[in-house]
Design a protein around this ligand. Structure first.
Ligand code: AMP
Ligand code: ZN
Length: 474
């Protein structure tokens, strides 16, 4: 019998403000762009929640049968302290803070970000490109925008004229007056602009002239604005028709709004069909942010004794689009649940035969949870249902867990073996001997009770032909 299933992926599309069926431009090929980090500091776990959700999206699409080409930028120039054009470049602030060059700062924090991604099992995208590697691309786009009348030069800087693009408010779904009130801080008076929402494409002049990194351009030596980098990098590597663009919800305005404006005016047609935005991680003070001073990093979680994957587990248990409010208490709860889950999985026997019918049924159910706008908390509920299901043998369960983990990436079958001290070893051997005696006397309840008690402590008993062995898991 040929196994056949139609993919029906549904995603919340910010562009149309509803959950929609996802249909790529070209069959099974998906072009996906995700905004990368600004590498002026360590990533906090709020930033990383966004990358975890994007990782789940990419892996879900692959699991469902799509070929995904994913590109991410690294912002190493042009992102101002305010998300608009005001304040200093964040990279410069860091260079001053740490008495290093901007490039040294970028390299150091990019490496740290990579390490964090590794610890959280976030796949590094196929193409990752720093903003400073693509200056020619920005110059090409800006030149055309100027030629076509969508941009203007004022006081040496090049600005995008937002009044020339009639769909400017389509992503945010808010009108100019509303936005003006909401983002008053970010559109601080820049007297060189014609309209308040106009944004910088290239700077050569005024308050920005202490910028350390500068390049020659037709408009003088200077540097690009923040938004142009994502349009430039996406167009360069993914072409004129993008399927999915992601970022956290704070990127909707101004960053993604401006990306759409400049890309569509440059191309002369629609650019990206699906805009997927990730919810914030809040702490007790509201949105976790680097500028608030206190923020949590993966290394800090480790210092506090947490396994970084407990944080991934926590994120997967909430819907990606919603705000998740973080506390030590909920992470402790997640860690304990995650450990118990792993213990259960690692105690599954390795021997047996695959039940193909059940296997396919569960794979279908798992796909359904992903297709339901990435309902990962349902995916995890399904995993628990699977483990509880008495009609499925351990081998089939293991094979299914292995498959689910291609998306969940929680190292569910990986045994982080711990070394055992002498006293623990003596204790385990004593308990195993007791259990063997119970088994010999057919006192199976008592034997089982010992096995369970050891399991609670992370000690997994295995009965083999050669005798009883054990594994200790973290
Ligand atoms: P940045 O390194 O500041 O450019 O931010 C990297 C990504 O993390 C961007 O997509 C931000 O919108 C996102 N982000 C920032 N703060 C949070 C937060 N508290 N929760 C979730 N995502 C966030
Ligand atoms: Zn971006």
């Amino acid at each position: 019998m040929i196994y056949w299933r139609v993919i029906k992926m549904k995603l919340y599309n910010t562009l149309n403000k509803k959950i929609e069926e996802f249909i790529p431009n070209k069959g099974k090929d998906v072009k996906m762009y995700t905004c990368g980090p600004t590498v002026y500091h360590y990533a906090h776990i709020g930033n990383l929640r966004t990358y975890i959700s994007e990782d789940i999206l990419e892996k879900s699409l692959v699991f469902l049968g799509y070929n995904v080409k994913r590109v991410m930028n690294i912002t190493d120039v042009g992102h101002m302290v305010g998300d608009g054009d005001n304040g200093e470049d964040k990279m410069l602030v860091a260079a001053k803070r740490e008495h290093k060059s901007s490039m040294e700062i970028a390299k150091y924090y990019t490496d740290c970000f990579k390490d964090d991604c590794k610890k959280l099992n976030i796949k590094w995208p196929e193409i990752v490109s720093p903003a400073t590697d693509n200056i020619d691309e920005y110059i090409k786009i800006i030149s055309k925008l100027l030629d076509d009348g969508f941009a203007y030069i004022s006081d040496g800087n090049v600005y995008f004229d937002t009044t020339k693009y009639s769909d400017y408010y389509k992503l945010s779904g808010r009108n100019a007056d509303d936005l003006m009130v909401a983002v008053r801080e970010d559109i601080k008076e820049d007297t060189s602009k014609k309209n308040p929402f106009d944004f910088g494409l290239w700077f050569t002049n005024s308050k920005f002239n202490n910028q350390e990194m500068q390049w020659d351009s037709p408009w003088g030596r200077g540097y690009p604005g923040w938004h142009i980098e994502c349009s430039g990098i996406s167009l360069k590597y993914l072409g004129e028709n993008l399927d999915i663009h992601c970022g956290a919800e704070d990127a909707i305005f101004p960053h993604h709004t401006n990306e759409i404006a400049q890309s569509e005016c440059y191309l002369g047609h629609k650019w990206c069909n699906y805009w997927v935005h990730m919810g914030f991680l809040n702490d007790k003070n509201g949105k976790m942010s680097k500028s608030n001073g206190e923020f949590l990093t993966v290394s800090l979680l480790e210092e506090k004794g947490y396994n970084p994957l407990s944080y991934r587990y926590l994120c997967l248990n909430s819907y990606y689009h919603n705000t998740l409010t973080f506390s030590d208490k909920i992470l402790t709860g997640a860690e304990s649940a995650y450990k118990k889950l792993k213990k259960k999985i690692l105690s599954l026997k390795k021997e047996g035969q695959l039940n193909k019918t059940i296997y396919n049924e569960y794979i279908d159910k798992f796909k359904n949870t992903l297709e339901d706008n990435l309902n990962t908390s349902m995916s995890i509920t399904l995993l628990y249902d699977l483990l509880k299901d008495k009609n499925i043998n351990d081998f089939t369960k293991r094979e299914l867990v292995k498959k689910f983990d291609e998306v969940l990436s929680l190292d569910l079958l990986k045994n982080n073996k711990k070394t055992v001290d002498k006293d623990t070893l003596q204790y385990i051997n004593r308990e195993i001997s007791k259990r063997n005696i119970y088994k010999k006397n057919k006192e199976y309840d008592k034997a089982d009770a010992i096995r369970k008690e050891l399991e609670e402590k992370g000690i997994i008993i295995k009965d083999t032909r050669e005798g009883t062995t054990f594994e200790i898991i973290d």
